[in-house]
Design a protein around this ligand. Structure first.
Ligand SMILES: *[C@@H]1O[C@H](CO)[C@@H](O)[C@H](O)[C@H]1NC(C)=O
Length: 111
């Protein structure tokens, strides 16, 4: 076996041991834009999330992976969820003045 291959396998094993297995019984939750929220409110909430909120919004910029569908709602959902996943264990909530809501359906599978 070549050394490179051995190193790759070691890295893979290491990676798998770092990632914790999903704990049974804990439902996964996503934070998405509420259907009732108008675009201008979504935009304002998203500006906050991507700014002082600390969400990583690089993927919803033009030419990036999550830019399409090119809608305020899609971009806001991405930003809300990124924020929520980052901060839910540190007191962050999925609210954004009512612009966002929790869902237990994976939005990437039910869009
Ligand atoms: C994205 O949407 C905005 C606003 O509707 C529009 O001005 C822009 O041209 C769109 N960009 C692309 C690449 O479709």
């Amino acid at each position: 076996m070549s050394i490179l291959l051995a190193i790759r396998i070691m890295l893979l094993v290491l990676l798998m041991s770092i990632i914790p297995p999903k704990s049974a019984g804990e439902l996964e939750q996503w934070c998405i834009a509420d259907e009732q929220t108008p675009d201008d409110e979504l935009q304002a909430a998203m500006d906050w999330a991507c700014g002082s909120g600390g969400a990583d919004c690089s993927m919803i910029q033009a030419n990036q992976g999550c830019y399409f569908p090119n809608t305020t709602r899609n971009h806001a959902s991405y930003a809300f969820n990124d924020y929520f996943q980052k901060f839910k264990h540190k007191g962050g909530s999925c609210n954004f003045r009512g612009a966002a809501m929790i869902t237990e359906l994976d939005p990437s599978k039910h869009s």
